[in-house]
Design a protein. Structure first.
Length: 190
């Protein structure tokens, strides 16, 4: 059984505990934490959302990016996307506006390219914060610094980032609701 760390410990990394890069792989079909957000209910009612404008997450991202740090993530998307994934696609523009680099990768492409199907944060290519779930609910996180596991997370990051498509392009080519016809190009977006 892994040793879980308090959420506050992960928040320390996200708020100031990393030197240059916080990178996230999001693999779930939905997240209970998203469903608790007011913007999720807005999305269910309207099919779109302005995101959580004014949320402290975005203030922190802007502050970190202004200091020269990077926030990046790759989101796996099913074909067709689940409701939770469509929500993240709708509100991702708020993350991007705050300074995050987001790319999307179709799940079947991720499997073909060897991208691990488990959520994690990777801080400065040195520390992995691995999520553990019960369905869509996060039940704990563990911090991993063992070199072999960190190297594997770096390899997954590199493959996912290489094959994923920038959020703006993914959203534009996928259309707001017509995701089923869109396929990834398998080319790197720079």
């Amino acid at each position: 059984m892994p040793e879980f760390v308090p959420q506050e410990r992960i928040a320390e990394f996200i708020n100031d505990g990393f030197e240059h890069t916080a990178w996230r792989l999001e693999t779930r079909t939905g997240y209970a934490s998203d469903q608790a957000m007011p913007s999720y209910q807005e999305f269910l009612r309207t099919g779109d959302t302005a995101g959580e404008v004014g949320h402290r997450w975005f203030d922190n991202v802007r502050r970190m990016v202004a200091s020269g740090k990077r926030f990046e993530r790759v989101r796996l998307v099913d074909n067709p996307p689940t409701t939770g994934q469509r929500y993240l696609l709708a509100c991702g523009r708020t993350n991007v506006a705050a300074g995050e680099g987001i790319r999307c990768l179709w799940r079947d492409d991720a499997e073909r390219y060897g991208v691990n199907l488990s959520d994690f944060w990777l801080f400065d290519s040195r520390t992995v914060a691995r999520f553990h779930f019960d369905g869509e609910r996060t039940v704990g996180m563990e911090l991993v610094t063992e070199p072999t596991e960190v190297l594997r997370a770096c390899q997954i990051r590199d493959a996912a980032w290489h094959y994923a498509v920038r959020y703006e392009e993914f959203r534009a080519t996928s259309g707001r609701g017509g995701f089923t016809a869109c396929r990834s190009t398998g080319r790197r977006e720079t």
